[in-house]
Design a protein around this ligand. Structure first.
Ligand code: AMX
Length: 437
């Protein structure tokens, strides 16, 4: 058994009594009340999900296993010659809560390499889809197609389901997926946008390095990939992709069904697709100005035009955050320290939006959070490195988001979380509760 799986087993065994005790002895303790606006308004703020993988503080932003983004980057073993850590080591940290040693990290690197071959039938599925399908539809189809290889589903069908050990099957499926998602994403990219020419994996490289290599993008795009996947990995449990994955998994659906569902949620414009929309908005605006960086007045007018036409300013606002997203800040810092990017006109425009948009949104008076989220910054980096096909950006998000979603559902199985089934009420019941005659 791998060291990671063995470490995880110990962590699970240590953790289980905490959950059991909470339910048995303190099950009636209240966490809050639910208001009518929460019931109608997307369950915002209702505390009814449990995860230890990450926690989102509205003012501070995300912590992965208790660590802020800078702490995470500083703590994890780095790829030799790179400023950024191994994605594989981060996976270890999300699953176990511990920072792995270099040796432990390299064990995951080797494990994923062995699992990374894309099955031929997945290539067939991708090639059978109309070439103008959205890359997220392709990505989702590839994931769900691999369900036939689910260890969890096979053992369940064979009557081998055991509540105490079924996390092991989820763990296997999760690792298979993690190892294959990067190569699948790169395959979709090159099939759709690079004349259907493909680059085989380099067995010497880690997951992030191989992704950049298979995309056909030179250094430091490997670091961009590592940074990007880690930053997009998890944002606690209530966001659409994480929650959908958890919800579907709660029916004992396997990791393939569950994460394909999560990907379908990520594809929405209010969630992962926002990064594509940010770039479309920014590029269209620059095109209208003939490619020059606008003045602040021109920018302010364009932002108001967007709001007045009933659209949102993509990349701004958040359901939980009430400050600038540290994932935005981290990517901005990457731009500021990377020669060429700092002076890049598109980055200058994105920076100017950061100066102008919050005030516009405050004056507009609707958005509870006028500050940028992760999506406001990510597209410009991709564009700079030549990945200009912005339809593809949400697929990149989806490769990263798998880390959090799959770590979460492995723990869901380990702790025996129940099938999710919130209660609904009718409008008449709400009117009764409100005392409306
Ligand atoms: N531009 C214009 N209006 C905005 C806005 C923005 N960026 N953000 C919020 N608002 C509006 C909402 O549409 C809502 O209007 P309504 O009352 O007419 O329906 C009002 O402000 C209150 O919304 P909120 O409570 O502040 O936000 P929310 O929790 O309902 O929605 C989010 C959060 C992210 C969907 C929203 O801020 C938004 O649409 N932002 C732009 C899209 C975006 O960047 N999405 C990416 C989010 C991060 C991610 O998941 N990748």
């Amino acid at each position: 058994m791998s060291t990671l799986k063995e470490t995880l087993r110990k962590k699970i065994e240590e953790h289980r009594p905490r959950t059991t005790r909470l339910v048995k002895e303190f099950g009636d303790v209240k966490l809050g009340d639910v208001t009518i606006s929460q019931a109608i308004g997307g369950a915002r703020g209702i505390k009814c999900l449990v995860t230890d993988i990450s926690y989102l503080d509205p003012m501070e932003g995300i912590r992965f296993r208790g660590k802020t983004i800078p702490e995470t980057f500083a703590a994890l073993p780095k790829v030799p010659g790179s400023d950024y850590p191994y994605v594989e080591g981060f996976w270890w940290m999300l699953l176990t809560g511990d920072v792995p040693t270099m040796e432990q990290t390299l064990e995951v690197v080797e494990d994923w390499k062995k699992r990374s071959q894309i099955p031929a039938y997945v290539i067939d599925v991708l090639r059978a889809l109309p070439r103008d399908s959205h890359p997220m539809a392709m990505f989702s189809a590839a994931i769900v197609a691999m369900q036939r290889d689910s260890v969890f589903a096979k053992n369940y069908a064979a009557g081998k389901f055991n509540k105490m050990t079924c996390w092991e099957d989820m763990y296997e499926d999760a690792n298979e997926l993690m190892a294959k998602l990067g190569p699948i994403a790169a395959y979709i990219y090159r099939m759709k946008y690079k004349g259907d020419t493909h680059i085989p994996a380099d067995p010497k490289l880690d997951m992030g390095g191989n992704f950049a290599h298979m995309m056909g993008v030179d250094k430091p795009y490997d670091d961009v990939a590592r940074m990007y996947f880690i930053l997009h990995s998890d944002h606690e449990s209530g966001n659409v992709s994480a929650h959908t994955t958890h919800l579907v998994a709660s029916a004992l659906s396997d990791a393939y069904y569950s994460y394909a569902a999560g990907i379908n949620g990520l594809a929405g414009p209010l969630h992962g697709l926002a990064n594509q929309e940010v770039l479309a908005w920014t590029q269209n605006f620059m095109d209208k100005l003939g490619g020059k960086v606008p003045t602040k007045e021109e920018l302010e007018k364009a932002l108001w035009d967007t709001l007045n036409s009933g659209q949102v300013i993509p990349g701004y606002g958040h359901a939980v955050l009430r400050k600038t997203d540290p994932r935005y800040t981290s990517q901005r810092e990457f731009c500021l320290k990377t020669p060429g990017l700092k002076e890049y006109p598109l980055f200058q425009l994105v920076s100017m939006i950061f100066e102008v948009a919050p005030d516009v949104l405050l004056k507009h008076g609707k958005a509870k959070n006028p500050w940028p989220n992760v999506d406001a910054q990510s597209g410009v980096i991709q564009w700079y490195y030549g990945v200009t096909e912005y339809d593809f950006y949400t697929v990149l998000f989806g490769v990263g988001r798998a880390l959090g979603c799959l770590a979460n559902i492995t723990w869901d199985r380990a702790l025996g979380y129940a099938i999710e089934r919130p209660k609904s009420v009718t409008t008449a019941m709400l009117e009764d509760a409100a005392g409306i005659k």
